[in-house]
Design a binder for this molecule. Sequence first.
Ligand code: SF4
Length: 219
Amino acid sequence: MPSIGPAEPSPDCPLCPRLHGFIAEWRRKEPHWFNAPVPTWADAAGDDKVELLIVGLAPGLRGANRTGRPFTGDYAGDLLYSTLKRFGFARGEFKARPDDSLELTGTAVTNAVRCVPPENKPVGAEINTCRRFLVPTMARFANLRAIVTLGLVSHQSVVRALGGRVAAHPFGHGAQAELGGLRVFSSYHCSRYNTNTGRLTEEMFVDVFGEVRAFLGAD
Ligand code: SF4
């Protein structure tokens, strides 16, 4: 089996020049922001407790790129973390800041692309390059059983990371696939754009996590 690299990029990862330059620009503009690849956030009780991994697209400029915690500081986290709490995948109070009392339970949250991209749009080469961290992130959790992918980019990168063909496992909200011994659940991304346009309703999002909870069993 080929060895795999680290699950976390260096804080100044230079592998995607465009994103590296974009972050450098924001370090100058907002020196107190996080402005670095955003690390995976996981259950503090230990990696062996993690059965569920949620994979988003990339840090939001004023969200995770500002605060340093996935889905923290912009709208997408409101729906994600309220839903995780509802199904026992998180507990505490989400106040959209890394020092709130929210904790993950049996769950980890990461992004397919760790650096904030301009306009929230990573290009294909960046998605492919950052998969070198997604693969070991999935391997990091020995008892992982399920992954929720948020949006098309996340879905396709997870399928590829698990050695699958995207044509054989197309993205669809509510779709499920078995890959690499894991159950992959797909959802539209919980972005403000998707909820404002009605592409994703709260009920649709909750339904996906209800399926995940049923698959994993009661918490
Ligand atoms: S997106 Fe990933 S691979 Fe690219 S520079 Fe950031 S951490 Fe490195």
